[in-house]
Design a protein around this ligand. Structure first.
Ligand SMILES: C[S@@+](CC[C@H](N)C(=O)[O-])C[C@H]1O[C@@H](n2cnc3c(N)ncnc32)[C@H](O)[C@@H]1O
Length: 222
């Protein structure tokens, strides 16, 4: 299983403190900067679990931009490492009505307090390329999702060719201050899936804008 982030540049994120520091800085302007550009990805992730009647975990819920997209009959628990981001999600829930949000908690998704198989599904929009150790994040998500449950990720994966390559290479030098790895290769996730006998790739589909992001659906063996 690949735990390295080869190709993610000199500025790679090495610990949780860097993540918190980056998202403490982003929190006041996050919605302004990232509501529109990532909307289609969030919608696609939520749509992928729309039929789930049980408990859904929203990993790295951030300011809660995807929370209003769930059906009001859902049962969603959101966690995030950065308190400043989660505080905004809490304000969104209080403004409501978001009756389907069962709880929000500050928690490290690579070391969750939930018992095994606590959730029927998990979504993680725009989180995989943020964490220093993506394999640990995926191991933990797979642990807390029940057998047969769905895991849905949305992310930008590093371009393999074209004009984005040099732009991502430059941005990659600033990963720690940006708060994500712009060059994150899909291979890191592919290697993780290949190393897990109990998790299968259902599909991966590009989403707007212009296929910049990819929705990845995984299924834990039943
Ligand atoms: C790019 S934001 C995405 C937020 C939200 N899902 C969205 O679509 O706008 C990434 C979020 O993941 C959170 N995060 C990063 N590492 C985490 C970890 N180990 N555990 C929980 N949350 C984490 C960050 O604090 C941040 O709020």
């Amino acid at each position: 299983m690949s735990r390295d982030l080869a190709g993610t540049g000199q500025g790679r994120i090495t610990d949780a403190a860097q993540v918190v520091s980056a998202y403490d800085r982003w929190a006041p302007v996050y919605d302004l900067a990232f509501t529109a550009v990532m909307r289609a990805g969030r919608k696609a992730a939520v749509a992928a679990v729309a039929e789930v009647t049980g408990r859904i975990l929203d990993v790295g819920v951030g300011t809660g931009l995807e929370l209003p997209m769930f059906p009001s009959t859902a049962h969603v628990v959101g966690i995030d490492l950065a308190e400043a981001m989660l505080r905004r999600a809490g304000e969104r829930v209080r403004r409501g009505p978001l009756p389907h949000v069962a709880g929000l908690a500050v928690m490290d998704a690579t070391r969750m307090a939930f018992p095994d198989s606590s959730f029927d599904a998990a979504i993680a929009p725009f989180v995989l390329t943020v964490v220093p150790d993506p394999a640990s994040l995926m191991d933990e998500i797979a642990r807390v999702v029940r057998p047969g449950g769905a895991i849905v990720l949305v992310n930008h994966f590093g371009a393999e060719r074209g004009p984005l390559v040099p732009i991502e290479a430059w941005l990659g030098k600033h990963s720690a201050s940006l708060g994500w790895h712009p060059q994150f290769p899909f291979r890191v996730l592919g290697d993780w899936i290949a190393g897990r006998a109990d998790v299968a790739l259902v599909d991966r589909k590009p989403v707007a804008p212009v296929g910049l992001f990819t929705v990845v659906r995984l299924r834990k063996a039943g």
